[in-house]
Design a protein around this ligand. Structure first.
Ligand code: HPA
Length: 248
């Protein structure tokens, strides 16, 4: 089974033939909502809306541990995390799709690890390559088969939100080496790695980052949802091909 975590602009997965919904309890509290099970082209899928069904959970309040723990109990072959980002690098224009290969974490105050207890052996995870290589390849291959343009690689900067960044902060992120900026990439990716899950992100560029492109003086927030709406048709096309590539 494949798992899909939907981000902003993807509160549901309209290409999914739904069979049932299930609430999963975890030692870490409530996940973002019930898990939706169903099929795309006869392949089993489980879907979770990261921000809740009605898009009510802001990035810093998402219970990332509960979401990842619950997914782990379902033993998914891969987790595809769809996430909206702002584009910093010149070629990451609104509507572009990217499969990032690196992360810089600027978040704080979130529950970011499963390994927090004093009485357990100290556990470190290797995070040199934060995304699973096979999951990344699967997304890229599916996009090519679907005839959708996709950008391979980029550095995802995870910021705390919920406010967007200042232009100076975006300049700093760029100097740090970031190509795109989003608010939900961490700790989700690290928690998936701690649980040994195959996880990669399909990033959807919703806007030019603050101070970039046409957003020199501000980010038109209403336009973001229109861009995401349009981009999601391409994401769905990729996911429909992805289920067929999986197992190739
Ligand atoms: N910054 C942070 N997160 C985002 C952005 C942004 O510009 N766009 C979509 N998610």
């Amino acid at each position: 089974m494949l798992a899909i975590i939907g981000g902003s602009g993807m509160a549901q997965l309209s290409c999914l033939e739904i069979s049932h919904r299930q609430i999963i309890r975890t030692p870490y509290g409530e996940p973002s909502g019930p898990f939706t099970f169903g099929k795309i082209n006869r392949h089993e899928i489980v879907f979770l809306a990261r921000h809740g069904h009605g898009h009510t959970i802001p990035p810093h309040l998402v219970n990332y541990r509960a979401n990842i723990w619950a997914l782990k109990t379902l033993k998914p072959a891969h987790i595809i995390a769809v996430a909206a980002v702002g584009g910093i690098r010149d070629d990451l224009k609104p509507g572009s799709l990217v499969v990032p290969d690196q992360i810089i974490d600027y978040t704080y105050g979130r529950d970011f690890t499963f390994f927090e207890n004093r009485d357990e052996p100290v556990t470190h995870i290797d995070f040199t390559r934060p995304y699973n290589a096979e999951t990344r390849t699967l997304i890229l291959k599916a996009a090519r088969r679907a005839g959708e343009a996709i950008i391979d690689s980029g550095v995802y900067a995870a910021t705390q939100g919920p406010r967007l960044e200042t232009a100076a902060e975006i300049n700093r992120l760029e100097r740090d080496g970031a190509d795109m900026v989003g608010m939900t990439g961490m700790p989700e990716a690290a928690l998936a790695r701690e649980q040994g899950l195959r996880y990669a992100t399909l990033a959807v560029v919703a806007n030019y980052a603050a101070g970039r492109g046409t957003n020199i003086d501000g980010i038109p927030l209403k336009a973001i949802f229109a861009i995401l709406d349009e981009a999601m048709t391409h994401v769905r096309n990729i996911l429909e091909h992805l289920v067929n590539c999986y197992g190739d």
